[in-house]
Design a protein around this ligand. Structure first.
Ligand SMILES: Cc1ncc(COP(=O)(O)O)c(C=O)c1O
Length: 393
């Protein structure tokens, strides 16, 4: 079968909305009628539902996933003079939140197969960083980081762990544990492009600790408890009732949406393998068609917030341009590692120090994976990718 040219946006939220419009509109109207926009029953309900979904005792809503990280770190007493270890290959917010608290982000390299934090690189970082207080693995693209290794390091050194689950709601590790419930706190984003995305910004923190939950609840509301009595300086970072109402409806569909993404991933894997590509356990220059699709985890649950392939660095941008010409949306997550960002120049990192992350930044390209992709869109995307790489490589 040869594909016909069709438009394939990187993400099509309108297609998703069409499937839930009838359920969402009444609850939005209900919030409007109630005029109860901040706090209230919709927030309480969503927090209970997300806690259960993430296998955590508590979930505390906040304004976005970046604040969720900041509030989690603050609740763990991370502040000036402290260091937090995190992968250099992630979205900016993971490190930005550390810096905003006056602490120092300590970057480490990634595992080139999963793009998640490399435990050996964490161990190495202790050689020159004596003030590490917290480890922050990121479950990138929807796949669990190696939590056994991260938790073992944390335990041996008496460190806390914040799991950045912004891209990984419902992800499970090799033991079937939902991410976010293993470390001290898991942080999530409801940015619209996430598997569970709101109609605007939103975030949530999950924890099994009563004390941390109580503190984060206070911190998201100016450190206030009771009203107008402030124990410490928090911020205004609340999730609003309209978002909570929409998210409660969308949560009912989340498993089906993530399953549809997994099915698309399996389809791409097979298509690309059938055309001579290999999975990400092989470097892109190791032979065969130079496309490397993400190696599916043997155990656990990958929710494929992104489906990221590698192509040779020298042709990556040209491949992307070719796909754009064919009306196929792609994105580069992420083109510049955090240790190379202008704003972190003063931390003194030099190029070449994290070779796996730096190479990934030059080779990766995310292709459309959302559940509403039609067979035609999927085929057009996969055929176009193979064709572009064959012509350009
Ligand atoms: C890995 C990661 N961490 C943190 C965030 C921050 O979430 P938000 O955009 O909701 O602030 C994001 C979202 O893009 C993310 O992908």
């Amino acid at each position: 079968m040869t594909a016909r040219e069709v438009n394939v946006p990187l993400l099509d939220l309108k297609a998703q909305y069409a499937t839930i419009r009838k359920e969402v509109e009444p609850v939005v109207l209900e919030v409007c009628e109630s005029q109860y926009f901040i706090g209230g029953p919709k927030i309480d309900q969503l927090e209970k539902e997300v806690a259960a979904y993430c296998s955590a005792k508590h979930a505390i809503g906040c304004a976005n996933g970046s604040d969720a990280i900041l509030l989690a770190l603050q609740a763990l007493d991370v502040g000036p003079g402290d260091e937090v270890i995190l992968p250099t290959f992630t979205f900016f917010a993971t490190a930005g939140s550390v810096h905003r608290l006056g602490a120092r982000p300590v970057f480490v390299d990634i595992d080139p197969v999963t793009y998640n934090v490399c435990p050996a690189s964490i161990e190495q970082a202790f050689g020159c960083h004596a003030k590490v207080k917290c480890l922050m693995p990121v479950h990138l693209f929807g796949q669990a980081a190696d939590l056994d290794a991260v938790m073992a390091i944390a335990k041996a050194r008496g460190l806390t762990v914040v799991e950045d689950c912004a891209q990984a709601i419902g992800t499970e590790d090799v033991h079937g544990r939902r991410v976010g419930s293993v470390g001290d706190i898991g942080t999530y984003s409801f940015f619209p492009s996430k598997n569970l995305g709101g109609f605007g910004d939103g975030g949530i923190m999950a924890t099994n600790s009563d004390a941390l939950a109580a503190r984060m609840k206070r911190l998201r509301n100016h450190g206030m408890e009771p009203k107008y009595y402030h124990h410490e300086i928090g911020m205004n970072s609340r999730l609003d009732a309209l978002q909570a109402a929409v998210l409660s409806i969308k949560l009912r569909h989340l498993d089906a949406w993530s399953a549809a993404r997994q099915a698309n991933a399996r389809w791409y894997d097979e298509f690309l393998r059938g055309h001579g590509a290999a999975d990400s356990s092989q470097p892109v220059d190791s032979g065969g068609l130079p496309i490397r699709f993400p190696k599916a985890p043997a155990k656990g649950r990958h929710i494929y917030n992104q489906y990221v392939v590698r192509v040779p660095a020298g042709i990556r941008d040209a491949v992307r341009d070719e796909l754009a010409k064919r009306k196929i949306g792609t994105e580069i997550y992420y083109p510049l590692c955090l240790h190379m960002q202008e704003c972190f120049k003063s931390l003194g990192y030099t190029p070449g120090i994290f070779p796996h992350a730096e190479r990934a930044a030059k080779e990766v390209i995310a292709i459309p994976i959302y559940g509403e992709l039609t067979d035609e869109q999927r085929l057009w995307t996969a055929e176009s990718l193979v064709d572009a790489v064959k012509r350009l490589a």
